[in-house]
Design a protein around this ligand. Structure first.
Ligand code: GDG
Length: 735
């Protein structure tokens, strides 16, 4: 059966006017590359016009869904102004492109952005079924992944960002930075054009939300995993290649060649957007023209195709005016009696004409100040079948990573760009061919269809939220009940922080709540149940929380025990030497001084360097460095070095929770043994090998435990529902 793919972009690939016409952007072509046998596609988006009459909405919806496989999301004019022109294009777009000077912000826009994202998500949820692949596109819909994930966690949600993702220093300027990043983390797969954008995203997630990540995956606090990947988008190669074979193309190409006879043509094609570097390019062109003689100027022609874009937004209007006035000035200054240097088309050209322009231009001049990918650069290369023009490409376009043989420039350096243009026009044919051939091969092969297929395939195999769920916890409950029913003793080894009790920022604040005290009391009075608190805390700390010896406590991972009903602690580490501490203490102090915010904690059995309050990247780097240094220093000592949650710990290897528990298990036989814990130090407990052993991991991280519960509250509920219900002595006859 075909897998259902729900594709969501801000704009549907149709234009709704008197009639409905299908448009043919790159995304349409990409998705057409998904085989219909394998995937059943539905497209959700805004139809491009504010349709407010309910009868007309119904009519449009009917035609779109039946004839075009599209479901429209209707937005009022006001919503479009707030969501699209305001929030998306006037605040997020400039920041994603490193241009905070163009950012404007109005809190009312946020409401529209949120509402629009919600409206899109609702539309998806009207039709979505578990197992569907949902693919959300671009910066207008950054909240959607989280909205969808919350309502339907069984969906596989992909998000692709078509723009760059900037460094944290830029992204942090956005008033809704946290909400935007959290919105994206609802996705199971987040795609970027380049590794650099992905790197900035990870660093932003770390700095904004404190979430550490691996190179290609981020785990949120609730255990949800977002994979990340680099998927450089390609062009609709087949369409270009086929068009180049048509007689219409040949005719237009010949007409252009004739019209420009005796001239070298330099072509630029773009949406009229300040990211595309139009004004900077004009500076370079001016520098190029200045030293030329009138005859030389007659022999060059610049063609600008600038497609009108976002004209409702102030900055775009200004750009258009500025561009027109600059071009007017340049043409006025450098025109001869025969020609003027720049032909400016503020509009779009037919596809065949575009191909003919690409195919005949001596130079393709693509110099954005920054660009997620830039398809024009790839399209220009795809059309160099015979002519072999030179691609001058900004090193700040994502495409520059793949088109390494292009002539790369820094668009801010007008003089260098002018010089590069001079050189490009003089480049010998063999050199041009040698540059273009490998690029053309690559562009044709890794096309838009390839891009969509690889993204969808990776989304389909993205980690399912269910993969981290261990065996059914009811099996554990059954095991415990069975032991209790026959009146056999059971032991409960319970970690405290993060297992019985929610973690607090300040460790001292994590005293047992009345609910926890009551639960422990219930456990204590259960016949045949022997509970132990097995903690990493010092015995002084444990005494503060549990002054009465009502419950047995094991401190510092097994260094000492205070047994049930006894006031004194039995020291279990008398024969262990801690001589290694002196040298290590000194080293940790050096790290403490060199890393602002970090501090050293000394426990009886260990020394700990904490970096929770440091700059997250600097702290992690120093932690790696410290762990490495310790490894060399302590190679022959009986210690373990642990890099845990924002800590580096050196601890005696003769002490562990597992060693302590084994010792207790030698003292008495139990019919069932339960160990529960939430962090790495608890993993040693889960390796214990005795009959009827129940290991429970609290929390989402990977673990060796057989069972898993979400958080301390769920664990307490589990204890109440299984063990603590058995208040009365239970015998075989009453069971
Ligand atoms: C965003 C990102 C990323 C242009 N003029 C005409 C025309 N075009 C077509 C081109 C090309 C497309 O428009 C422009 O795509 P770009 O990639 O260059 O730029 P954006 O519109 O800013 O796109 C960008 C892209 O998303 C995809 O992820 O690469 O970085 O900003 O396909 O051919 N087409 C026709 N006539 C024109 O006059 N027919």
């Amino acid at each position: 059966m075909a897998t259902r793919v729900i594709n969501i972009s801000n704009r549907l690939p149709v234009t709704v006017g008197e009639k409905i016409t299908k448009s043919s952007g790159g995304l349409v072509a990409a998705l057409e590359g998904l085989s219909a046998d394998e995937y059943e596609l539905t497209w959700i988006g805004w139809p491009g016009a504010a349709i407010e009459d309910p009868a007309r909405q119904q009519e449009v919806e009917c035609v779109l869904s039946e004839e075009h496989g599209c479901l429209p999301v209707f937005l009022s004019e006001e919503e479009v102004a707030g969501h699209y022109e305001g929030f998306s294009n006037s605040s997020v777009w400039p920041l994603l492109h490193y241009m905070p000077n163009f950012m404007r912000y109005d809190p009312a826009w946020w409401d529209h952005y949120h509402t629009a994202n919600q409206r899109f998500a609702d539309k998806v949820l009207e039709m979505a079924q578990p197992g569907d692949l949902v693919w959300v596109h671009d910066y207008q819909l950054m909240l959607m992944p989280q909205m969808l994930h919350e309502r339907m966690p069984e969906l596989k949600i992909g998000f692709f960002l078509h723009t760059p993702f900037p460094s944290f220093e830029t992204f942090r300027c956005h008033p809704k930075r946290r909400e935007l990043v959290t919105g994206l983390l609802g996705a199971n797969l987040i795609g970027f054009h380049t590794f650099g954008y992905m790197r900035h995203f990870r660093s932003t997630v770390l700095r904004l939300l404190g979430l550490e990540s691996e190179i290609t995956r981020i785990r949120s606090d609730d255990g949800h995993v977002s994979a990340m990947g680099v998927f450089p988008i390609g062009i609709n190669s087949r369409k270009f290649d086929e068009t180049l074979d048509t007689p219409e193309f040949a005719q237009r190409r010949d007409e252009f060649v004739q019209a420009n006879a005796g001239k070298r043509v330099v072509l630029s094609v773009e949406r009229m957007d300040y990211t595309k570097g139009i004004l900077h390019r004009l500076d370079a062109i001016e520098q190029f023209l200045a030293p030329l003689t009138p005859d030389e100027r007659d022999a060059i022609k610049f063609i600008f195709v600038s497609v009108p874009s976002r004209e409702e937004v102030e900055e775009y209007k200004d750009l258009r005016e500025e561009t027109e006035s600059r071009i007017g000035r340049i043409n006025g200054t450098y025109a001869t009696l025969n020609s003027s240097p720049i032909r400016f088309i503020h509009g779009s050209v037919e596809f065949t004409d575009l191909c003919a322009l690409y195919a005949t231009a001596d130079v393709g001049m693509v110099t954005p100040l920054i660009d997620g990918m830039n398809l024009v650069a790839k399209e220009y290369i795809a059309c160099q079948r015979e002519h072999d023009g030179v691609l001058i490409l900004s090193e700040f376009a994502g495409a520059a990573e793949e088109l390494a043989n292009a002539t790369l420039v820094n668009p801010y350096d007008a003089r260098a760009v002018a010089e590069t243009l001079r050189e490009a026009l003089a480049m010998p044919a063999e050199e041009r061919r040698a540059c273009n051939e490998p690029m053309r091969e690559r562009v044709l092969k890794f096309d838009a269809q390839h891009w969509a297929r690889t993204f969808i395939q990776q989304l389909a195999t993205a980690e399912s939220p269910l993969a981290t769920v261990a065996e059914d916890i009811n099996i554990a409950a059954g095991q415990l009940r069975q032991a209790l029913e026959i009146g056999a003793p059971i032991a409960l080894f319970l970690d405290y922080d993060g297992t019985l009790r929610e973690i607090e920022r300040e460790p001292r604040a994590a005293a047992p709540t009345p609910e926890i005290r009551e639960l422990l009391e219930q456990l204590r009075v259960c016949e045949n149940v022997e509970p132990f608190i097995v903690s990493g805390r010092s015995h002084q700390d444990l005494e503060l929380f549990f002054p009465e010896p009502l419950i047995a406590c094991v401190s510092e991972h097994g260094a000492a025990i205070r047994r049930h009903g006894e006031r004194d602690w039995e020291q279990w580490d008398r024969d262990i030497s801690y001589a290694w501490k002196d040298e290590i203490r000194e080293l940790l102090r050096v790290y403490e001084q060199a890393t602002p915010g970090s501090f050293v904690e000394e426990k009886r059995t260990s020394l700990v360097w904490h970096h929770r309050k440091t700059d997250p990247e600097f702290g992690t780097w120093k932690a790696h460095q410290l762990a490495h240094e310790l490894g060399t220093m302590l190679a022959n000592e009986p210690v373990k070095i642990r890099q845990g949650r924002k800590i580096v710990e050196v601890v005696s290897s003769e002490i562990s929770k597992a060693i302590a528990i084994r010792r207790l298990l030698h003292e008495r036989d139990y019919a069932a043994v339960l160990c529960a814990g939430d962090d790495q130090t608890d993993e040693s407990m889960f390796e214990i090998d005795v009959p009827n052993f129940i290991s429970i991991k609290i929390g989402p991280e990977p673990s060796r435990a057989r069972f898993r519960l979400r958080d301390p509250a769920a664990f307490r509920k589990f204890l109440r529902g299984t063990v603590a219900t058995q208040r009365e002595p239970v015998t075989a006859s009453t069971a």
